[in-house]
Design a protein around this ligand. Structure first.
Ligand SMILES: [Zn+2]
Ligand SMILES: [Zn+2]
Length: 208
């Protein structure tokens, strides 16, 4: 199992070579999840699935500690803006939601008395604070269908309105028509009337 130190180094590398308290929390949460679920982390398969409740720094720490990541379809953002994550063992269906304890932040100076400010106190303290003081875990039951989220990887359907491909079963059926979510429920973008292509520019880039 990799040490916390090596995990934090990996996390900082993917974080503009900079370590911050939330990455440490993420790595500690991931290590704790591995203990609770009794699985070997960082995973090389997709056994454990993770819901993170915020984007940003925390996810880098979680990713290096667990191996859960968007790229392997084993992580998903539920953006509550909270420093929290749930880890589900897809073999046993056991799931734990892990958050920092309510006192973790206040206790930081006790573990880093010489820190010049709060930020540095947290950065140092979160690396050495005992898990029971730093993190709180609760066993939970999912209220959604994880199999639906994981879905059939690679299944491809064409939207009958915009003709774009939809993968991973993300289409919906309305009145017997298969639609992408953008066509069915409205998208986060609006299109200009004329599509833009830059054939000459892309030719130059490709040639290099
Ligand atoms: Zn950060
Ligand atoms: Zn569509």
């Amino acid at each position: 199992m990799p040490t916390l130190e090596s995990l934090l180094q990996q996390s900082a590398e993917r974080h503009r070579n900079h370590l911050c308290p939330r990455q440490v929390l993420g790595a500690r949460m991931g290590l704790y999840a591995g203990e609770l679920l009794d699985v070997e982390f960082p995973q090389r398969d997709k056994r454990v699935f993770c819901f993170v409740e915020t984007d940003g720094c925390l996810t880098d720490g979680i990713a290096v500690a667990t191996g859960c990541w968007w790229g392997s379809r084993s992580m998903r953002l539920v953006d509550y803006g909270k420093t929290a994550a749930t880890f589900i063992d897809t073999h046993t269906q056991r799931a734990f939601r892990i958050t920092p304890t309510l006192t973790a932040r206040k206790r930081a100076y006790a573990y880093a008395p010489d820190a010049p400010d709060k930020w540095h106190a947290q950065l140092q303290a979160y690396q050495v604070m005992p898990t029971f003081e730093l993190l709180c875990a609760q066993q939970i039951k999912l209220t959604l269908d994880l199999q639906k989220i994981i879905s059939q990887h690679g299944l491809r359907v064409v939207c009958e309105q915009c003709d774009e491909d939809i993968i991973n079963e993300r289409f919906v059926e309305r009145n017997g028509t298969r639609l992408c979510l953008a066509c069915a429920d409205g998208a986060y973008y609006e299109m200009d009337a004329i599509p833009i292509t830059l054939p000459r520019l892309s030719a130059v880039v490709l040639a290099e």
